[in-house]
Design a protein around this ligand. Structure first.
Ligand SMILES: Cc1cc2nc3c(=O)[nH]c(=O)nc-3n(C[C@H](O)[C@H](O)[C@H](O)COP(=O)(O)OP(=O)(O)OC[C@H]3O[C@@H](n4cnc5c(N)ncnc54)[C@H](O)[C@@H]3O)c2cc1C
Length: 387
């Protein structure tokens, strides 16, 4: 008997779905299995900021640029909710502005366009920005946003319609094994599927597939609190808005010589304790998404990051957000939390318990920006030696 599929992918978040996309482009016979009727993990709970500018200047910046080009190319064919509305980093002090100016020069050397804006230019673009917060900004016109509650669902619909992907939602996988000739995948109803190779892109699910591998890993779970205002159609806040605390947090800026001017003690200790930096993004209905916090736990203690949202943390975020923007209505329509996994020592967790089975997770807080480009690279790597 021949093997039914070239590749089975477990998990239809950003990592799994984009691996399926590039594998189908190569003409491989691919089966994508997702446990939920619709994906509902990190890939639908995030901001939808697709920002190569936030990456370190290494291969992850390259993956992010491949992602950017791919999102735009797919959007030109099929509406997956990508908007070309740019990213703006707002500095809150002359020192943060100096970091942005240095970074702009570095991007120029890399051939990645950006524009330093004065405070007045920032306020022209975003009238809601407070004059007493903004010292200027750095703008990336070419960067895009996605609507996280739409993007993955539309991408999966596109993969099925355009690329004839065999996608099976509501199909939890309970076992993945290698046999003498191929790999076998078993779902919760005992149905069996076989393939030459299997990718396990199961996000934060560490208990069902390969728990022994995860128990040995240095993965940790991160919980983030998010909130959204009521729709504010009278406010114009296009694109991704990143702020002074983001400049301090993102590795992209750590390599700037002027980064050492940013003294940690200038930041409220409560914001530092909860890993709070403020990002904004206006959703299609006009509501403004505000976040986020970062709470970490090693996998052994990951259940301690429970389902509760703490009002104390939301208030810390709102207080900082109100220093940055003037909004006509700060009432919060909804709050939620999201979780991502990350490795303490690597940018992504990859482990192959068998040469034909590959676990890929732990892409951290950059998966909307980089999962696509990483998948492009990884599919090429997995299949480059094949005839
Ligand atoms: C609040 C928040 C904000 C963020 N903001 C941004 C942002 O603005 N920009 C950015 O670049 N990144 C952002 N991120 C990070 C980004 O969302 C993640 O890196 C990315 O979504 C991870 O994708 P994934 O495919 O690895 O995981 P997931 O989205 O968790 O997908 C894994 C999938 O596997 C499925 N699965 C698990 N086990 C099984 C099984 N046994 N059988 C079948 N299916 C299974 C799950 O149901 C799930 O659908 C944010 C993350 C969070 C939480």
């Amino acid at each position: 008997m021949g093997t039914a599929y070239d590749l089975i992918i477990v998990g239809a978040g950003a990592l799994g779905a984009f691996h399926a996309y590039f594998a189908r482009q190569r003409g491989l016979k691919v089966l994508l299995l997702e446990k939920d009727a619709q994906p509902q993990e990190a890939t639908v709970r995030n901001f939808g900021q697709i920002i190569p500018s936030g990456m370190s200047e290494d291969e992850w910046f390259d993956y992010a640029r491949v992602s950017l080009a791919t999102y735009k190319a797919i959007q030109a064919e099929y509406d997956i909710s990508i908007r070309e509305n740019g990213s703006l980093y707002l500095a809150s002090s002359p020192a943060e502005m100096q970091v942005l100016e240095e970074k702009q020069a570095r991007y120029q050397a890399l051939g990645y366009a950006s524009q330093v804006l004065t405070a007045a230019q920032c306020r022209q673009r975003l009238p809601a920005v407070r004059a007493d917060y903004c010292a200027g900004g750095l703008f990336f016109e070419q960067e895009v946003t996605a609507e996280p509650d739409l993007m993955i669902h539309r991408l999966l619909a596109y993969l099925v319609a355009r690329w004839q992907l065999d996608f099976r939602p509501a199909t939890p996988v309970r076992e993945v094994t290698a046999t003498a000739t191929d790999c076998e995948v078993v779902d919760n109803l005992g149905r069996r599927y076989s393939a030459a190779q299997v990718l396990v892109c199961s996000g934060r699910d560490f208990k069902f597939l390969f728990p022994e591998v995860f128990a040995q890993s240095d993965l940790q779970l991160c919980k983030l609190q998010m909130m959204a205002t009521y729709p504010l159609p009278q406010v114009q806040l296009p694109g991704s808005i990143l702020t002074g605390l983001s400049i301090r947090r993102y590795y992209a800026f750590h390599s700037c010589l002027s980064f050492k001017l940013l003294r940690p003690e200038d930041v409220d200790p409560a914001l530092r304790e909860w890993g709070i930096h403020i990002l904004f993004k206006q959703a299609l209905d006009g509501s403004i998404i505000i976040g986020d916090t970062h709470e970490y736990a090693d996998l052994a203690a990951s259940d301690s990051l429970d389902f509760n949202n703490r009002d104390e943390l939301n208030q810390l975020m709102l207080t900082e957000a109100q220093r940055i923007l003037d909004l006509p209505d700060w009432r919060i329509q909804r709050t939620w939390n999201g979780y991502y996994t990350q490795s303490k020592s690597q940018e992504i967790f990859q482990y192959s318990p068998d040469p034909r089975i590959h676990i890929i997770t732990g892409i951290g807080g950059k998966g909307m920006t980089t999962a696509c480009g990483f998948a492009h690279h990884n599919v090429s790597r997995l299949y480059s030696s094949e005839g």
